[in-house]
Design a protein. Structure first.
Length: 292
């Protein structure tokens, strides 16, 4: 796949800005001329709605569930968006049925890998994968096929609890099926600098992660009502107004990510066992914050 970089944005907790991060990064990369494919592997189809193509995809038979059912190729299902640099593989509620059918079968880990195993995938500089906030087979398929994963974090106690279980699942998949998978780090989302709880939790997060050598990106995504407005208009917020603070934060995050994205990390040794401290990092964060 050359230099195409496949990134899953992962968090089993809902409401942390996962889909917003995907759409905003897609738009931010587009501003620099990069070609981006968004793959919606969440049966709620929020990324597909956010790009204004959920209904069209369903009506035209160009969704991920159609792809699975009829063994379609990427060229058969990808849709052009309003942004000439962004394409989409859409999802809708019918994908939930496919999840139930595939769970427990050996091929559940290969859905995304099979979809992207084609010359058309080389058209893209970056492929961003959205998954449902659970550890279902679409999440497992995404992690199995990705080169990188990034964790968005809302700076309060509840999102920290349980994230270590997700990372444990990622580590099992990586160790057995995708040894070159690289954890990019954590991005703080929906941050309110006037909220002392947010300020304290971010301080704990950065302190613990620095000790564990886990990257927390400098770009901090602020809380913004503009995100909901952009979603209602079926646009990424960066496309809606790139001068907004939330848009500028995502543009800066894309710049921070860019040097890390080199496609599949060929010729490198698999991650050492010590990398499995990732899950304990999240437990440490939670343990340090429960009394706050």
């Amino acid at each position: 796949m050359g230099k195409t970089s496949i990134i899953t944005i992962a968090n089993q907790k809902g409401g942390v800005g996962k889909t917003t991060t995907i759409l905003s990064l897609a738009a931010a990369f587009s501003l620099t001329g990069k070609k981006v494919l968004v793959v919606d592997m969440d049966y709620q189809g929020n990324a597909s709605s956010g790009l204004g193509l959920k209904i069209l995809a369903k009506d035209s038979g160009k969704t991920l569930s159609h792809c699975i059912e009829k063994n379609l190729k990427l060229s058969d299902v990808r849709l052009r968006t309003k942004d000439p640099n962004i394409d989409l593989v859409a999802a809708d509620i019918s994908l939930n049925k496919k999840i139930n059918e595939l769970t427990g079968r050996p091929n559940q880990f290969h859905i995304l890998r099979n979809l992207l195993n084609c010359p058309e995938a080389d058209d893209y500089d970056v492929i961003l994968v959205d998954t449902h906030p659970s550890l279902d087979c679409m999440f497992q398929s995404a992690i199995s096929a990705s080169h990188y994963y990034l964790v968005p974090m809302f700076a309060e106690a509840d999102p920290f609890e349980g994230v270590q279980y997700m990372v444990d699942e990622v580590n099992v998949i990586r160790d057995n099926m995708n040894p070159m998978l690289h954890f990019l780090g954590i991005v703080v989302t929906r941050f309110d600098k006037k909220n002392q709880t947010h300020v304290k939790f971010e301080e704990i997060l950065r302190k613990v992660c620095k000790k564990r050598r886990i990257r927390v990106f400098d770009s901090r995504i602020p809380m913004s009502t503009a995100v909901a407005g952009a979603s209602a208009n079926q646009n990424p917020v960066v496309t809606q107004n790139e001068r907004l603070p939330v848009s500028q934060a995502y543009i800066q995050l894309a710049k921070e990510l860019e040097p890390e994205l080199i496609g599949k990390r060929l010729g490198r040794k698999p991650a050492s066992p010590e990398v499995n401290i990732e899950s304990r990092v999240f437990q440490d964060i939670f343990d340090n914050s429960v009394d706050f």
